[in-house]
Design a protein around this ligand. Structure first.
Ligand code: C2E
Ligand code: MG
Ligand code: MG
Length: 453
């Protein structure tokens, strides 16, 4: 849409200012304000005519690494080519705008329902997947899409946009190049998640979220060397809610810090009663690895509780480290400088390359249960574990095998040279008091102390 001609007498710079305010300087497309105005205009036109229309958002997959690798000039070039392609392929009457970064939006006045939106999404995905010419090289990118149909997905611009963003978020979560249209089911799931969020927030405030401890042992003799802290929540109505449900929810809804701080405080307090040679292993979520304040927060809690950082390990996952590499790097460095060790959780299941992992400094690697539970029955899993152990030996990393449930698994791991293990065979996660009782019968120093008292 052309900006309105300035009234006679208005200074040209004012007109220019107005155009600028609605234009993305890099691509020349309209910006977020253009999108908002166009949606509002369309909605008011459709006020008497109930015909729906659709808005969509496209977000490039893996754009940031390309920007980092080839430089921002190359990144800008790609964004301009994306803008060009989108403009060329959208249907008549549609508008493309650039949000910010690698996100583009479009308004499709003649798309009325899910099927139509999906078709356009597939077409755009195809168009954006062709190689991008950067002069000396070509790169390929995919894009994820989220669509929302007016008025069902929102009558106001902000609500409609939020629905499209929710749909996009779902696409991203499913991997690359996915297309999602905001639907009744998503609306229902969102509603349930919001209810769960409220209940969880209350549980945190009323101190109803607890932390349990699972022993990590020396496989050779079963002596515990540390405990992993695992979040536990039993709601009076909902019953047991798994941390793999409520931790991601707290991340998504932005209160993982609040949850994690409570849990770390409780875990650190419990660890004060353990023999001094035992460590506490605590899970950090991926959102925390994107937050520059994380290292400071952790160290403050440890200081307040009085737990020596040398007795603490933070478990992080490969995927989390890769998502926001620079910030993660800094957090890891700050924690290690204070004496906290870093352990790579669920190893073998994340999205990373060994080459990139080399850029980070870890102390420990935890082999995921997916391999451990198949070690006795599946030759491939055995070979993978053998390779991980050999690699870690060479890199001076301690290996922990997760999810050991049988004697055979433990024996095989021991034979392969794996020093530490964790799993139901040695002990399930239990509350702090039960963990202490466990120590009394399983830790030599705790036993000794008992005899001396
Ligand atoms: P994780 O860090 O890989 O934790 C290990 C999970 O495996 C735990 O599940 C544990 O109970 C389970 N497990 C341990 N041994 C065995 C075994 O022998 N057999 C089987 N079948 N399972 C075993 P849980 O407690 O349900 O936790 C799930 C995930 O939730 C954790 O995976 C971790 O990623 C996350 N999580 C738990 N607590 C916290 C927390 O305080 N903060 C954060 N950020 N994440 C947490
Ligand atoms: Mg863990
Ligand atoms: Mg794990």
């Amino acid at each position: 849409m052309k900006p309105a001609t300035p009234p006679l007498g208005a200074s040209p710079s004012q007109h220019e200012l107005q155009t600028m305010a609605y234009t993305d300087p890099l691509t020349g497309l309209g910006n977020r304000y253009r999108l908002r105005d166009r949606v509002r205009q369309l909605a008011s036109e459709r006020a008497d005519d109930p015909a729906p229309f659709t808005i969509g958002i496209a977000n490039l997959d893996g754009f940031k690494p390309i920007n980092d690798l080839f430089g921002t000039a190359a990144g800008d070039e790609i964004l301009c080519q994306v803008a060009h392609r989108l403009k060329a392929c959208i249907p008549d009457g549609a508008t493309v705008t650039r949000h910010d970064g690698d996100e583009f939006a479009f308004i499709l006045p003649l798309v009325f329902e899910r099927g139509g939106a999906e078709k356009i999404g597939q077409m755009m995905r195809e168009v954006l997947s062709a190689p991008y010419d950067l002069g000396d090289r070509n790169v390929r990118l995919s894009a994820s899409f989220g669509f929302a149909v007016y008025p069902f997905a929102g009558e106001e611009f902000e609500d409609l946009l939020k629905s499209a963003e929710t749909a996009l978020y779902r696409s991203k979560r499913r991997g690359r190049g996915q297309i999602t249209v905001y639907s009744q089911e998503i609306a229902l799931e969102m509603k349930r998640a919001t209810q769960l969020e409220q209940t969880l927030r209350n549980a945190i405030i009323t101190d109803a979220v607890d932390v349990h401890f699972q022993p990590i042992v020396r496989i050779s003799d079963g002596v515990p060397v540390g405990f992993e802290a695992l979040a536990r929540w039993i709601d009076p109505d909902l019953g047991f809610v798994s941390p793999s449900v409520f931790v991601p929810l707290a991340e998504e809804r932005g209160f993982i810090d609040m949850l994690s701080e409570t849990l770390l405080r409780k875990a650190a307090e419990a660890a004060l009663s353990w023999p001094r040679d035992m460590f506490l292993s605590f899970n950090l979520s991926s959102a925390q690895l994107m937050d520059p304040g994380t290292a400071g927060n952790i160290l403050t809690i440890l200081r307040r509780v009085g737990l020596d950082p040398n007795r603490v390990e933070m478990e992080i996952t490969e995927t989390a480290v890769m998502t926001s590499a620079d910030t993660a790097h800094k957090i890891i460095a700050d924690l290690r400088a204070a004496g906290v060790r870093i352990s790579l959780d669920d190893f073998g299941t994340g999205q990373s390359s060994l080459g990139r992992l080399r850029d980070f400094t870890f102390d420990k690697v935890k082999i995921d249960r997916a391999f451990v539970s198949r070690i006795a029955t599946d030759r491939a899993s055995e070979h993978i574990i053998r390779a991980i152990i050999t690699m870690c030996d060479g890199l001076d990393l301690t290996v922990v095998a997760e999810g050991i449930e049988t004697d055979i698994e433990a024996m095989m791991l021991k034979a392969l040279g794996c020093k530490l293990g964790q799993g139901y065979l040695f002990g399930k996660p239990t509350d702090a008091a039960t963990a202490l009782a466990y120590l009394e019968s399983n830790h030599p120093e705790a036993r000794l102390r008992e005899r001396m008292e």
